[in-house]
Design a binder for this molecule. Structure first.
Ligand SMILES: C[S@@+](CC[C@H](N)C(=O)[O-])C[C@H]1O[C@@H](n2cnc3c(N)ncnc32)[C@H](O)[C@@H]1O
Length: 273
């Protein structure tokens, strides 16, 4: 007998914002495939110990320890409720062995602590480091990362920009059972202050407004690379997402020094210790 198709009945009255965020925004396996490929290119072996800064629900950390029995992960975030949600959703279902290799900590990334140091790779994804709004603050964060990896450490950040990232606009994306909205509410051309919001809309007409609010500074790639160099990283490499010939990205990232100008781009910045 064919299986009955499960219909997703999301509504703002009951939907869980973390579940929607993860479905709409995150793809831990894609990030981790990239991290593994590039780390191997730089260091000649696969990374094992990672730290996920700004880990949120720890989805990426939990995925990492599932992928290989030698993998370990620390996840750091300031938000206790988000961490607790992630511990239930992602850590509790792991096997005892997997669980013993992942720890989510309520901790400021500026004070990661000695036990989370000497890792092979640190990841700061979804532009979370844009929380630091001055050169001094971002430099301090990069210094901490540099000092808290082993001598073969590689630091992975992501980046988005382009002229459409420098204005107020809202993008909508249809997901299974809901619509995801990315609102750039305000961009300041003098300060590069960047106020962004995530909203969700549902088939029954209900809406979840301001599910997530980000008050960032939009950093540009040369500024980031200069700070990485100032804090002791030997080199930084930009990997640029290719285009799908339809106005979107194709999910394939290649080293780029002079890529084509795009209205919006996604990139990874890889800093090698
Ligand atoms: C954009 S979310 C990123 C979540 C997840 N890493 C991802 O890739 O989707 C930013 C997260 O950073 C956390 N955060 C902000 N400042 C922090 C800090 N100084 N130390 C640790 N976590 C911080 C917030 O609590 C929030 O969960």
């Amino acid at each position: 007998m064919p299986k009955a198709r499960t219909r997703l009945r999301y509504t703002a009255r009951t939907a869980d914002k973390h579940e929607l965020y993860e479905a709409a925004v995150q793809n831990p396996d894609a990030d981790l495939d990239f991290v593994t490929r590039v780390y191997r290119q730089e260091r000649g072996r696969a990374p094992q110990a990672i730290r996920e800064d700004f880990c949120g629900t720890g989805y990426t950390s939990a995925t990492w320890v599932r992928r290989n029995p030698a993998n370990t992960a620390w996840g750091l975030d300031l938000d206790r409720k988000t961490l607790d949600w992630g511990r239930k959703r992602h850590v509790a279902p792991l096997t005892p062995d997997q669980r013993s290799r992942v720890t989510l900590l309520e901790r400021n990334v500026l004070n990661p602590g000695p036990e989370t140091s000497r890792v092979d790779a640190v990841l700061a994804m979804n532009f979370s480091y844009w929380i630091f709004k001055t050169r001094d603050d971002l430099r301090r964060y990069f210094e901490v990362v540099h000092g808290s990896m082993n001598s073969k450490g590689v630091f992975f950040l992501d980046h988005y920009g382009g002229w459409q990232a420098m204005r107020a606009q809202t993008d909508r994306k249809r997901c299974r059972g809901f619509t995801y909205l990315w609102e750039q509410r305000w961009f300041g051309p003098v300060t590069f202050d960047f106020d962004c919001r995530i909203h969700f809309e549902f088939p029954d007409g209900t809406k979840m407004r301001d599910a997530f609010i980000y008050k960032w500074r939009q950093w540009q790639i040369p500024e980031i690379r200069e700070l990485l160099a100032e804090t002791g990283f030997r080199k930084s490499i930009v990997y640029w997402e290719g285009d799908d010939d339809n106005g979107g990205g194709n999910g394939i990232y290649r080293k780029a020094t002079n890529p084509e100008v795009c209205p919006v781009h996604l990139a990874y910045i890889v800093a090698v210790r």
